[in-house]
Design a protein around this ligand. Structure first.
Ligand code: SAM
Length: 241
């Protein structure tokens, strides 16, 4: 999986993916990142990438020419998604991360200032993503969120193929509580069942905890979660209690 990012601030991406699991994944050539400075595609001596908005108003708008030229300079197949990060896009989620991880190549465009000339969204981007209903000052952090969530789904990146399957949001539920040693800390004991060595009991406890936790923290997720008839009865009981 290769991701190209277009940004005014390439230095922001310098260290973030060269640590921990992503460093290993990059060294093993499972994933790679290309960071492109939008200013490198300007043609004036001041490398101007933004301009005043037509119609007036505060702030500057990123010009279309360097962004079009930067994307067009990237060697890519016609079906590679070109994604504009914008608070006006469809909401990014684990499901969208899974969808994007099926591609071998993505291009992400980071806006800044007041945003990006609308022609980029209309005639260059094939998708628009928002990481939440709030406004950041630039698309870089949003791009990093997308890259992290997508890269970790690439087979082999997490080391164990099974580990992303239990994660919160993967199956529509939040993950069950996790514990590690010591078995007792300041009088707070790890639930007995986790020490029992009985894998079937552990699985069933975890599943129930995931449902209880989802009910407590994000009850609306249960409406779409895939639940067995018995689990649906548990949800009913939780809702009534
Ligand atoms: N004026 C724009 C609006 O109201 O829609 C917001 C511009 S914002 C200050 C600057 C840039 O940050 C955007 O072009 C976008 O790339 C990025 N950005 C801000 N919030 C975002 C979000 N929630 N998700 C994704 N990108 C975001």
């Amino acid at each position: 999986m290769h991701i190209d990012v277009l940004t005014l601030f390439p230095q922001m991406f310098q260290d973030i993916f060269s640590l921990g699991i992503f460093k290993r994944a990059i060294d093993q050539k499972l994933v790679s990142l290309g960071v492109h400075n939008i200013r490198d595609y300007t043609h004036d001596k001041h490398h101007t990438a933004d301009d005043y908005p037509y119609g007036g108003g505060a702030g500057m708008v990123l010009k279309p020419e360097p962004i079009f030229e930067a994307v067009e300079s990237i060697e890519r197949k016609p079906d590679v998604p070109v994604i504009l990060l914008t608070p006006q896009g469809r909401l990014f989620s684990q499901k969208v991360a899974q969808e994007l991880s099926q591609h071998s190549h993505l291009v992400l465009i980071c806006g800044h200032y007041e945003g990006v000339d609308e022609r980029v969204s209309e005639h260059l981007a094939t998708d628009r993503l928002s990481i939440g209903d709030y406004v950041l000052s630039g698309g870089e952090l949003a791009a990093m969120v997308v890259i992290d969530a997508v890269f970790r789904l690439v087979p082999g990146v997490l080391g164990s193929e099974a580990s992303p399957l239990d994660d919160s949001h993967v199956g529509g539920l939040l993950e069950y509580p996790q514990y590690t040693r010591p078995a007792e800390y300041r009088g707070w004991a790890v639930p007995e069942v986790l020490l029992s060595g009985d894998h079937a009991q552990v699985d069933s406890w975890r599943r129930e905890q995931a449902i209880r936790r989802t009910h407590k923290n994000r009850p609306e997720l249960l409406d779409k979660a895939e639940l067995s008839p018995e689990e649906k009865r548990l949800v009913e009981r939780l809702r009534q209690s």
